[in-house]
Ligand binder design. Structure first.
Ligand code: SF4
Ligand code: SF4
Length: 381
């Protein structure tokens, strides 16, 4: 595990942080402690020292799970990060929540307390002024109940920089990944001002998951094990990042992410080339961002529009051209095609489109369906 400076605080968290928002749940929506606590313990045993939770995660039970996992450990070795949203509260309610959180964690103090999903307007309305949340946070700091104050945000990059420049915060948690670099300027600004920088969503949510097929991995050098591996290492290649959070919910995932975060060196030239190839493919996917919503259906000529686009994306995004062509041929033969995990494609192939134009105005993604079907027919037919 590598350890990095968290701004000017003197904290040295593990570069991989355990995001406790996706811990396994029971049917009633609360955390399944029997499964979650051993997972957190395993993460700690493998060298993770930064755990991130929040007031609202898993109906408040994420914080309880973290509390159970840290019992018996040297508290000084751990960095507990959590959050309180200030959208509709002032300092009095903020303090009440903090006290509940300390009970949930069963710990005397929080290391990094965030204002959760903070917007500039909320900071002005509920953070500042007499009786505001900032005043309550300063009071809690004086009492030793929280050590450092941070914020997380999905506000505009300009407003995030404004929040950073108030000088009130020691750290910031922002979304940043291969597919979304919009917070690059705020990350630079935060680092320059000595704030710790935690990255949430390093793997880019579901959109990176599509890179799991074996065929996609053939695009990468052997040094990259998977899309999450590449994604975490890409985030940590930025020296301005202190911690990459991963919302881990499986034992295998913890092993894999810990191994990814062990690479102290940035991506090499070959690995960066793989990143570029991946981004190029994703760009072409963006041109045909069919969500499969079916709003364009039914086609009066019985063309399965989203089905044809799905096959096209297997070619464009995954590089699974043979698979896409074979299934297009099946469809052309009048057979149904069952794409596991996606949909059953039935109807006519793209080349049967008579260009009546009925479908195009119905597409919320503004896909040029006629042109794209022509391309599908030319490529897969
Ligand atoms: S333009 Fe083609 S795909 Fe669209 S409704 Fe007409 S025949 Fe069907
Ligand atoms: S309406 Fe557009 S996005 Fe929806 S299935 Fe049809 S082509 Fe795809």
């Amino acid at each position: 595990m590598q350890f990095r400076d968290y701004g000017k605080t003197g904290l040295r968290p593990s570069a991989l942080g355990f995001g406790a928002m996706r811990l396994p749940k029971r049917e009633d929506g609360t955390c399944d402690y029997d499964v979650s606590v051993p997972m957190l313990v395993k993460g700690l045993d493998l060298g993770i020292t930064y755990i991130d939770s929040a007031w609202g995660y898993i109906n408040g039970t994420s914080e309880v799970a973290v509390g159970r996992a840290i019992q018996g450990r040297d508290r000084g070795d751990l960095i507990i990060s959590t959050k309180i949203p200030i959208r509709d509260i002032r300092g009095k309610e903020w303090r009440e929540r903090l006290e509940i959180q300390l009970q949930r964690f069963d710990t005397p103090y929080i290391d990094i307390m965030h204002m959760h999903n903070l917007h500039w307007s909320q900071f002005e309305a509920n953070g500042l002024g007499e009786g505001g949340c900032l005043e309550a946070a300063r009071q809690a700091q004086q009492e030793g109940l929280i050590r450092y104050l941070a914020f997380s945000s999905h506000d505009t990059p300009e407003n995030v920089v404004r929040l950073i420049e108030t000088g009130e915060f020691d750290g910031v948690t922002l979304q940043y990944n291969l597919l979304d670099r919009s917070m690059e300027d705020p990350i630079r600004a935060a680092h320059a001002r000595g704030l710790g920088v935690t990255v949430m969503g390093p793997v880019g949510g579901g959109r990176m998951a599509m890179w799991s097929p074996q065929q996609a991995q053939e695009l990468w050098p052997d040094t990259i094990r998977s899309a999450p591996d590449l994604a975490i290492r890409w985030v940590l290649s930025n020296p301005e990042v202190s911690v990459a959070l991963s919302g881990m919910n499986g034992l295998e995932m913890i092993d894999e992410n810990v191994a990814s975060a062990a690479h102290a060196e940035p991506l090499n030239a070959e690995e960066n080339a793989a990143v570029q190839a991946m981004l190029g493919r994703l760009q072409s996917f963006a041109n045909l961002y069919c969500t499969g919503c079916d709003y364009c259906m039914p086609c009066p000529n019985d063309v399965d529009i989203p089905g044809n686009f799905l096959l096209m994306n297997f070619h464009r995004v995954y590089g699974m051209t043979d698979y896409a062509r074979a299934n297009y041929a099946k469809l052309a033969n009048g057979e149904k095609v069952n794409v596991r995990g996606h949909r059953t494609i039935e109807g006519l192939v793209a080349s049967e489109c008579i260009q009546c134009g009925e479908c195009e105005p119905k597409c919320p993604q503004n896909i040029q369906i006629i042109d794209q079907l022509e391309e599908v027919a030319a490529t897969l037919g």
